[in-house]
Design a protein around this ligand. Structure first.
Ligand code: FAD
Length: 353
């Protein structure tokens, strides 16, 4: 059976819900299809100690402020999941779970969305599937020879699983720094933290609010043609959230340069120095989860889809939300998801009328 609607939103994480909020305001006929069986998107799967890098009020989707979490200036992931579940209910968003979209293809004047529970025919599609589902691990020599455990950020939960072990954490971004701090602050884990270049901490008084401001200033400068301010990247890579600051200030976060290969029992650097390890945690980033769009043949060489705003240049009926700055500055953050969602809803409304 094929269902017919005006718009299908793929993904019911924060970006998909923000799209739903604005599509509803535009009174469009839409559904949100989400592969998870519960609300919360990627936030349901992060490690136990993860806290947001902005206070609640600066981590809100359109229409509804995130309430503060009692006793926490920076809410934890569990609080975000509760907020998203409440958001979804409060606006009575038509989210269908669990429904996994396998493909989107052109079908005359419409787009055909094939799922694991039937097909949908839509006049426009919003893809908001995030990046968590496509962890990236670089091709480092010797990876297959390592006899210990290898996992990505997506598989890390807490230091208890590594009690009494030597662990190598690879990655100098926020995930790498936070997981390294989590392990460094545990008494019984012997940590080696490896980063491609020396860690660049943001000033301690800078949190996600300043990142959002920097992204917004960059967008304004680009829109007005006054040059590229460098945005978030110009401030540094690592937000010094409280555990990172504590571990760093205690001298527990010493970063080593990247090793040259893995061996059976650890890692080795070019000068012959070795570090034994029972586990290697790859905090080496993510790629956009876009496999369902493959039949549209839109991928550019960087693995992204070329967009103007949120609209795919090669398929004007398709919008992309979240993923990264290439779909709008800070669009893959809670506070930044609203603006591109509003713009996408406005463009879709114009297209359909
Ligand atoms: P997701 O949360 O990944 O949601 C996508 C949804 O789409 C999921 O439910 C998924 O199951 C579903 N889906 C995927 N593929 C399909 C398919 N084929 N069919 C149907 N459904 C599908 N941002 C902040 O604002 N503040 C922070 O402090 C912050 N900290 C972060 C810390 C970490 C470790 C990470 C990784 C990110 C952080 N972010 C933060 C960034 C961002 O807010 C989150 O990554 C957020 O989860 C992105 O939301 P999203 O809706 O784009 O994607």
């Amino acid at each position: 059976m094929t269902h017919t609607v005006d718009v299908v939103v793929i993904g019911g994480g924060q970006a998909g819900l923000a799209a739903g909020y604005h599509l509803r305001r535009k009174k469009l006929d839409f559904v949100i299809l989400d592969a998870q069986d519960e609300p919360g998107g990627a936030w349901r799967h992060t490690w136990d100690s993860l806290h947001l890098f902005s206070p609640a009020a600066f981590s809100s989707l359109p229409g509804r402020l995130m309430p503060a979490q009692s006793g926490e200036e920076y809410p934890d992931a569990h609080h975000v999941v509760g907020y998203l579940a409440d958001y979804d209910q409060r606006y009575d968003l038509p989210v269908h779970r669990p429904v996994r979209v396998d493909s989107v293809r052109r079908d005359g004047h419409r787009l055909r969305v094939e799922t694991d529970s039937g097909a949908w025919s839509a006049r426009a599609v919003v893809s908001a599937t995030g990046t968590w589902w496509r962890p990236f691990i670089p091709a480092v020599p010797g990876r297959s020879t390592f006899a210990g455990r290898q996992l990505h950020t997506t598989g890390y939960r807490s230091p208890e699983a590594f009690a009494g072990q030597r662990v190598v954490v690879v990655g100098g971004g926020n995930s790498g720094a936070q997981i390294a701090a989590d392990l460094a602050l545990a008494d019984d884990v012997d940590l080696t933290w490896v980063t491609q270049r020396p860690p660049r901490y943001l000033a301690d008084d800078i949190d996600g609010r300043a990142l959002f401001d920097a992204a917004t200033a960059r967008r304004r400068a680009l829109d007005e043609g006054t040059g590229d301010t460098g945005g978030v990247g110009s401030l540094g890579d690592i937000v010094a959230v409280p555990p990172v600051r504590t571990a760093r200030d205690a001298g527990l976060l010493k970063a080593e340069p990247m090793f040259t290969r893995l061996t059976a029992d650890g890692v080795i650097w070019a000068d012959g120095t070795t570090a034994a390890a029972a586990a290697v945690i790859w905090s080496t980033g993510f790629r956009p989860a876009l496999a369902h769009l493959a039949p549209l043949a839109l991928r550019s060489r960087q693995g992204h889809i070329a967009t103007e705003g949120t609209r795919a240049i090669g398929e004007p009926r398709l919008h992309l939300l979240g993923y990264g700055d290439w779909t709008g500055p800070a669009s893959a953050t809670l506070i930044g998801a609203g603006r591109p969602a509003r713009e996408a809803a406005a463009e879709i409304t114009a297209l359909l009328s």
